[in-house]
Design a protein around this ligand. Structure first.
Ligand SMILES: [Zn+2]
Length: 230
C-alpha cells in the first residue's frame, strides 16, 4: 500500500487534532500544527553561551552550557502543553517538544560535544502515578532528531524522610522532594552529560542532580529544558 494511502487510512482510523488550535490538518506523526509550533516563543538560548539560564547557575554549579528552547509565560499555549504533558496523560507532547528543542540543539555548535542525554528522574511514587517521566519523553524526542543516546537507568531520585535526615547536613538540596543517586557511574564517567528537564524555574532541582553527576570522575555537565520561566 502506498505510504500516503496508509497515512490517510491511519488518520481516518485514528483522527487526531492539534493540541493548540484543534485543527485536524496536521501530519500524522505530530500533535501540533505548523502554525501553533511557530507561535511558541523561541529564546535562541541554545546558540548563546551567555544567556539567562546559564547565568542563573553561575556560582552554584560548574556547567559547560545551559539553555531552554522557549519562554514560558502564564496562560500561553506552552503552559497548556506542559500541563497536558505533566498532568493529563499526554506523553506524546514531550516527544513533540523534545523534537523541537532537539533541532535547536543539533544546530548549535555549543552542544556538539554532548555524549549522552539524562532525563531528570522522578521518584518512584510519582513515576508510578504518572506512568511516565516527562523528561524522559522529552529526551526521546530530542534523540529522534539528534542522535544522542538517552540513558534512563543511570539516575535515581529517592524520597527522604525527616527522621532520616541529619539536621546538620540539611542543605538546600533537601528542600526538594527527594535526593539523587547515580546507579551506573561507568555509563557517564568521562562523558559530557546533558541533563534534561521540562521547565527551569529556580533550577534548584537541576542543581542538586547536577552535583551528583559531577561527583562522578571526569564528567562534564550541560543543562537543557524546553522552557524557561521569566
Ligand atoms: Zn494548531
Amino acid at each position: 500500500m502506498p505510504l500516503t494511502l496508509l497515512q490517510d487510512l491511519r488518520s481516518l482510523l485514528f483522527p487526531h487534532y492539534c493540541f493548540g488550535c484543534g485543527t485536524d490538518a496536521l501530519p500524522y506523526d505530530t500533535s501540533l500544527c505548523a502554525r501553533c509550533q511557530l507561535s511558541l516563543p523561541e529564546t535562541g538560548f541554545f546558540q548563546q553561551t551567555d544567556n539567562p539560564v546559564a547565568a542563573s547557575f553561575i556560582g552554584r554549579i560548574p556547567i559547560v552550557q545551559a539553555g531552554a528552547g522557549y519562554f514560558y509565560t502564564k496562560e500561553s499555549l506552552l503552559q497548556e502543553l506542559l500541563q497536558q504533558l505533566k498532568y493529563k496523560q499526554q506523553p506524546v507532547i514531550g516527544k513533540v517538544l523534545g523534537r523541537y528543542i532537539g533541532y535547536m540543539l543539533a544546530e548549535s555548535p555549543l552542544y556538539a560535544s554532548i555524549d549522552v542525554l539524562l532525563p531528570l528522574p522522578l521518584n518512584a511514587k510519582k513515576l508510578h502515578i504518572r506512568g511516565y517521566n516527562q523528561a524522559a519523553e522529552i529526551c526521546t524526542g530530542i534523540s529522534e532528531v539528534w542522535q544522542k543516546p538517552v540513558l534512563t537507568h543511570v539516575l535515581e531520585r529517592t524520597m527522604h524522610t525527616e527522621t532520616q535526615t541529619n539536621k546538620n547536613r540539611l542543605s538546600r538540596w533537601q528542600n526538594m522532594q527527594g535526593s539523587f543517586r547515580v546507579w551506573d557511574t561507568a555509563a557517564i564517567q568521562g562523558k559530557h552529560v546533558l541533563l534534561v528537564d521540562d521547565v527551569i524555574t529556580t533550577g534548584a532541582t537541576l542543581e542538586a542532580c547536577g552535583e551528583i553527576i559531577l561527583a562522578v570522575p571526569d564528567t562534564q555537565l550541560s543543562i537543557a529544558a524546553v522552557a524557561w520561566t521569566i
